[in-house]
Design a binder for this molecule. Structure first.
Ligand SMILES: *Cc1c(COP(=O)(O)O)cnc(C)c1O
Length: 345
C-alpha cells in the first residue's frame, strides 16, 4: 500500500443519523456541505438518502449542483449562502432552494421570478441572516414567497448552559410567531438541547460524522498510514526538521506516509500518537509535508500500517492534540488518501 487509507464506515454514519433522528421531534435533515465534512458527498449522501433523509443542506449552490446529481430529483436541497450573485442559474437548473439571508437577496429572488425559497434569520450570532428590522421590511412579500423553511443558527449550542441558547430561542420565537412556514434552529448541538429547540426540522452535520458535541456518536473514520521504513536511532541523535526530538535511548523510529499536506496539521507533532493495534506510539519530531516519524521502540514487531484515527483516537481526541476542533480535522483530510467505504449496501 503506497498511500494512506481513510476508511469511512457508512453503517456508523447511518446509525448516527438514526440516533439523532430518534432524538429529534420533527423531521431530521442532513448537512453535507464541504464534501460531507471531507468524507465524500457521493457515498455519504447516497447512504443517508437510503436511510430516509429527505432534506439536505449545503453551503454553496455549486455544492448543491454536485449533490443533485448524486441524489436525483426527489430530496430537497437547501443552500445556506442563499441567492448569491452568479449562482442564479444553479438554483433554477438543479432545483436548489436558497435560504435568503438579506432583503437584497429577497429583492433579486423576486425580480428573477425564482420559485422555491427559505428564509434565514439572525437571532444573535451576527453571522448570516436577516435581523428583526430587516425581516419586517420584507414582510409584505412573505405570502408570495411562501418560504418552505424559516431557519436560524445557534452560536453556543455545544455549551448547554450558555445563556445565548435561551436568548436565541426566544428571539426566534418572537421573529417567527406570525410566519406561516416550517421552522428550524437546531444543528447537532441544538438537537441535544432538547425538544424546545427541535421545531419542524433539525440540521445535524458533525454528529453524523462521529464528532462532538454528539458524544454518543459512533466513530465513522479510521485512518491508517503505511510505514515506509524503520531505522535505529542512537542516544543523542535527532529526528526530523529542526532536530526537535533527541533520542535518550537506542530507539526504533518508523516513518509513515502522510503529513500536513494531508491534513495532519503540524501543530499535532509531539502530542498525537499513532496506534499499532491497541498500542499507542508517540509522534516524535516535527510533522513534515508528507511524512510522520513515530517512536515504535516498545513494539515487539512493527506493523505495515499505523493508525492515526480510530475508535480510541477519534477526530476530537486528535483535534485536542492539535489545538483545534473535530470539524477542522475532518474537513482538512486531504485528497491523497485512498478513500474506502464500508457498511454500504
Ligand atoms: C454547518 C451548519 C450546520 C450543521 O452544524 P453541525 O454543528 O455540524 O451539526 C447547521 N446549520 C448551519 C446554518 C450550518 O452552517
Amino acid at each position: 500500500m503506497e498511500r494512506a487509507t481513510l476508511t469511512i464506515d457508512l453503517s456508523a454514519l447511518v446509525a448516527n443519523w438514526r440516533a439523532l433522528d430518534a432524538k429529534s421531534a420533527g423531521e431530521t435533515g442532513a448537512v453535507v456541505k464541504a464534501d460531507a465534512y471531507g468524507l465524500g458527498v457521493p457515498p455519504v449522501a447516497k447512504a443517508l438518502q437510503k436511510a430516509g433523509v429527505r432534506t439536505f443542506f449545503v453551503a454553496l449552490a455549486s455544492e448543491g449542483v454536485i449533490l443533485r446529481k448524486v441524489l436525483g430529483a426527489g430530496p430537497r436541497i437547501f443552500v445556506f449562502s442563499g441567492y448569491m450573485k452568479g449562482s442564479e442559474a444553479a438554483f433554477a437548473g438543479h432545483n436548489l432552494i436558497p435560504l435568503l439571508n438579506s432583503a437584497e437577496q429577497v429583492s433579486r429572488f423576486i425580480a428573477d421570478g425564482a420559485k422555491a425559497c427559505g428564509l434565514q434569520l439572525d437571532t444573535g450570532m451576527n453571522r448570516l441572516g436577516m435581523e428583526a428590522a430587516e425581516l419586517a421590511g420584507i414582510a409584505l412579500h412573505i405570502p408570495a414567497l411562501a418560504p418552505q423553511l424559516v431557519m436560524s443558527h445557534l452560536a453556543c449550542a455545544d455549551d448547554p448552559v450558555h445563556p445565548m441558547n435561551a436568548a436565541q430561542l426566544a428571539a426566534f420565537h418572537s421573529m417567527t410567531l406570525a410566519l406561516p412556514a416550517p421552522k428550524s434552529i437546531a444543528a447537532t448541538g441544538g438537537i441535544l438541547l432538547g425538544p424546545p429547540y427541535h421545531f419542524n426540522l433539525t440540521r445535524p452535520g458533525i454528529g453524523l460524522y462521529g464528532g462532538e458535541p454528539f458524544s454518543e456518536a459512533r466513530p465513522v473514520v479510521r485512518l491508517s498510514l503505511p510505514v515506509i521504513q524503520t531505522r535505529t536511532v542512537l542516544p543523542g541523535e535527532g529526528v526530523g526538521y529542526g532536530m526537535t526530538w533527541i533520542a535518550k535511548r537506542p530507539s526504533t523510529i518508523a516513518t509513515a506516509a502522510a503529513g500536513y499536506a494531508d491534513g495532519l496539521i503540524r501543530a499535532m507533532g509531539g502530542k498525537a500518537v499513532l496506534y499499532a493495534g491497541e498500542t499507542p506510539c508517540p509522534v516524535v519530531g516535527r510533522i513534515s509535508m508528507d511524512l510522520i516519524t513515530v517512536d515504535v521502540t516498545e513494539l515487539p514487531e512493527v506493523p505495515p500500517e499505523l493508525e492515526i484515527l480510530n475508535a480510541t483516537q477519534t477526530v476530537d481526541v486528535l483535534a485536542g492534540a492539535a489545538g483545534t476542533i473535530g470539524y477542522e480535522i475532518l474537513t482538512s483530510l486531504g485528497g491523497r488518501y485512498t478513500r474506502r467505504y464500508t457498511g454500504g449496501a
